[in-house]
Design a protein around this ligand. Structure first.
Ligand SMILES: [Zn+2]
Length: 152
């Protein structure tokens, strides 16, 4: 049951949350569109627990509910398929356990660190969507940028 120490905000675990793009460009020149990713539904929330060491954060290790099973999985994925990175306190014992088991060099534990990296990842995700798909968008397009820019 309780560890007896009660709630200590300073010891809260902070991670970065992000959402999977509803549609991603796919195929030659990014002219096709696929909903979500192979393993995650579009729009679903994932926790970013680490980026590949030494990389430019092009890929991230995430924990989220799998498309098919609905249970939490740990998965490496392309940064460009995520958006709206933000720092969040994590309470789910399952997420925290997977985070520990992932052995990725530790989860971010302070709010300040998580917030700082979230800002950086948001910029990088936009950048990767642009540079990875430098070709013209399909018409019509439902990729994250086009959905964000189009009036609803
Ligand atoms: Zn587009």
């Amino acid at each position: 049951m309780s560890s007896g120490t009660g709630e200590n905000p300073a010891e809260q675990s902070w991670l970065i949350a992000a959402n999977v793009v509803r549609w991603r460009r796919y195929g030659e020149g990014g002219q096709e569109l696929r909903p979500g990713t192979k393993s995650y539904r579009g729009g679903s929330k994932v926790y970013v627990i680490e980026s590949y060491a030494g990389s430019a954060h092009e890929h991230l290790t995430t924990i989220g509910r799998g498309r098919h099973t609905g249970t939490y999985i740990t998965l490496d994925m392309a940064t460009r398929n995520l958006h709206t990175f933000r720092a969040v306190p994590v309470h789910s014992p399952t997420v925290l356990r997977l985070c520990e088991e992932a052995d990725v060099g530790g989860c971010w534990t302070t709010r300040a660190d998580a917030e700082e990296l979230a800002v950086r990842l948001e910029k990088l995700a936009v950048e990767y969507r642009t540079t990875d798909w430098a070709t013209a968008h399909p018409v019509p397009c439902r990729c994250h940028e086009c959905l964000t820019l189009s009036p609803v």
